[in-house]
Ligand binder design. Structure first.
Ligand code: NAP
Length: 551
């Protein structure tokens, strides 16, 4: 080991030497720093943002709120954190989530291990010395045998490909880079571009406050009632007593949450019973509907029944039939895009100051100095809010040079699509670890459970290597090929590829198309990862110091 945990790392030449470098201070990064420090390793984290929180540091947009229950969307690794932190709402809002990150960082003294406002500009594997050399935008260099990319699946925001964005003279805000100062909408003409999870949350929040709100919608999303609520002290006490049970249930749930796997196929029950179950799902709120039947992502006909049920709910809420019709998603399966949860989205369109602009029939031509020009004319705006999504899953690792063996970059390796073994490691990139990486279950399961799982899995591998005097590890090409074949064959069985989404890379120009997510469910994923370790890591090739040997 190179330095005592918490102490300044040793210095080799002008580079600082560590055991583990961690990129990112979100859920994965914070836990990685904690875990590896506990193992006695010298750790250093880097974070482009000004503080901890990852996506919740950046996404301060109005109405930002998690769509998984807070009691699930929180760390399980620390009993102290679990017991001392109290969630106030079933689905926590961004300020509370950020407060949670700060609480964890302070409680476990993690902040001192991070350099904030520091972007990693290059990470390169040094073949001879068997370590990663990492440089930052501050011009500093750090070295460590292991590098953990805890960069998150949604950390690179994407601007729309619409000419004229830089011409707009009004207030321009990006949801994923929201300013830290208060923003006022009162009396202003506000445009929101994008109607995914982010846009929906913004619309319902800003609609009642703005002078006029213009929602620029290209593809309508399916959204269901969140049914958020304050958590009562008795409920919180019960959760705290039963956290161990809840965590175990989450590990066995397909999405790492509270919802157990359903075994009821849609057509296995009568039409009356189906209707009642859908009504129950709607009334219960959250993602209850998705868990009501087992085959909603496999059976297109069953899926369409649920989609039609939700379209019917739009009619029940939205008073203007023309607006209601435009809000109805068609042409892709429900749940194939990330299902959204809302508290008053459809109701917002009943406000006289809220206008839906259907960009399918009235496409946006350009952004002007004064606003947005669509085919039917110019909409003058004081403020334009971009909620246009992310270069998901791969964007963060493609945003800088990550250089593996023989000078190969991740960009080159992924030119035809993201490849990995288990979503955790890349052939050709020794000792490079990814939390929530492509071809794992990220986006389809609770990111906190996945992050903890991944960090623990890397810890076991590093321990194995230390015990066996091994210096470098990477998956074999055969193992990576086999994993990619499994991911592809599972993807073929779901409807998830049938919508143009960030899940399949369809939202980024020239990105190779394909569902780079493991769709077999979180429990199965954990089984695969566990087996890769308990079989003696036979899917990996290891090196001792400077000499290639089989494990
Ligand atoms: P998104 O789902 O990718 O939605 C982006 C929106 O921008 C889409 O409506 C898209 O329309 C639109 N858009 C992009 N370029 C456009 C253009 N040139 N012209 C017109 N419209 C354009 O992104 P997001 O809403 O930020 O959500 C991303 C993910 O973040 C979600 O899937 C979810 O996983 C996560 N998220 C979670 C929460 C939560 O926990 N509650 C909240 C927010 C986000 P098209 O579909 O037509 O391309």
């Amino acid at each position: 080991m190179n330095a005592e945990p918490g102490q300044n790392p040793a210095t080799t030449g002008s580079a600082r030497r560590l055991d583990v470098i961690v990129v990112g201070a979100g859920f994965g990064g914070l836990y990685a720093i904690h875990k590896y420090r506990e193992m006695g390793l010298a750790v250093q984290g880097f974070e482009a943002g000004g503080d901890v929180g990852g996506v919740w540091y950046w996404n301060r947009y109005p109405g930002a709120r998690v769509d998984l229950p807070s009691i699930c969307y929180s760390y399980a690794f620390s009993r102290e954190v679990e017991q001392e932190w109290t969630w106030s709402e079933y689905f926590a809002a961004q300020p509370e989530l950020l407060a949670y990150f700060n609480f964890v960082a302070d409680r476990l003294s993690l902040r001192k291990h991070f350099k904030f406002n520091t972007r990693v500009t290059r990470a390169a594997w040094d073949e001879e010395r068997q370590l990663w050399v990492v440089t930052t935008d501050g011009g500093e260099t750090f070295e460590a045998p292991y590098c953990v990319m805890a960069t998150g699946p949604l950390s690179v925001p994407k601007d729309p490909e619409i000419p004229g964005l830089d011409r707009f003279k009004g207030e321009l805000y990006r949801a994923a880079r929201w300013p830290h100062h208060p923003v006022s909408y009162a009396g202003k003409r506000v445009g929101v571009l994008g109607t995914g999870s982010t846009g929906i949350q913004i619309v319902q929040e800003v609609g009642p406050k703005a002078g006029e709100l213009f929602v620029l919608q290209r593809t309508p999303s399916f959204t269901m009632p969140m049914r958020n609520r304050k958590l009562e002290p008795d409920y919180v006490a019960e959760v705290k007593r039963n956290y161990a049970g809840l965590r175990q249930a989450a590990l066995n749930s397909p999405n790492g949450g509270l919802r157990p796997a359903s075994t009821r196929a849609f057509f296995s029950v009568t039409p009356e019973e189906r209707q009642k179950l859908m009504e129950d799902g709607w009334r219960n709120g959250g993602l209850a509907m998705l868990g009501t039947f087992s085959d909603l992502l496999a059976n297109a006909e069953a899926n369409e029944h649920v989609a039609e049920f939700v379209r019917g709910k739009i009619d029940e809420v939205v008073k203007d039939p023309v607006t209601a019709e435009k809000l109805k998603p068609r042409g892709y399966p429900i749940f194939a895009r990330r299902p959204c949860l809302d508290s008053s989205y459809y109701e917002t369109y009943n406000l006289p100051n809220v206008h839906l602009v259907d960009c399918q029939t009235d496409p946006i031509l350009e952004i002007t100095e004064k606003g947005v020009r669509t085919a039917s004319g110019e909409i003058e705006l004081d403020m334009l809010i971009l909620a246009t999504g992310y270069d998901g899953l791969t964007g963060a690792l493609l945003a800088f040079d990550v250089v593996g063996r023989n000078g190969q970059t991740v960009n080159q390796k992924w030119k035809d699509g993201a490849r990995s073994y288990l979503g955790l490691m890349l052939e050709g990139f020794p000792n490079l670890f990814m939390t929530t990486g492509p071809n794992g279950p990220a986006a389809l399961a609770n990111i906190v459970r996945i992050s903890e799982h991944d960090v623990d899995w890397f810890a076991a591998l590093m321990t194995h290597m230390k015990e066996h005097g091994l210096k470098a590890v990477e998956p074999t090409k055969q193992a990576e090929d086999a994993w990619m074949a499994l991911v592809a064959s599972l993807a073929d069985r779901t409807l998830l590829s049938k919508a143009k989404t960030w899940y399949v890379g369809a939202n980024v120009k020239d990105k190779p198309l394909g569902l780079t997510l493991f769709t077999g469910g979180f429990p199965k994923y954990r089984e695969h990862c566990a087996a890769a370790a308990t079989n003696g890591y036979r899917d990996f090739s290891f090196e001792k110091a400077h000499a290639a040997v089989a494990a």
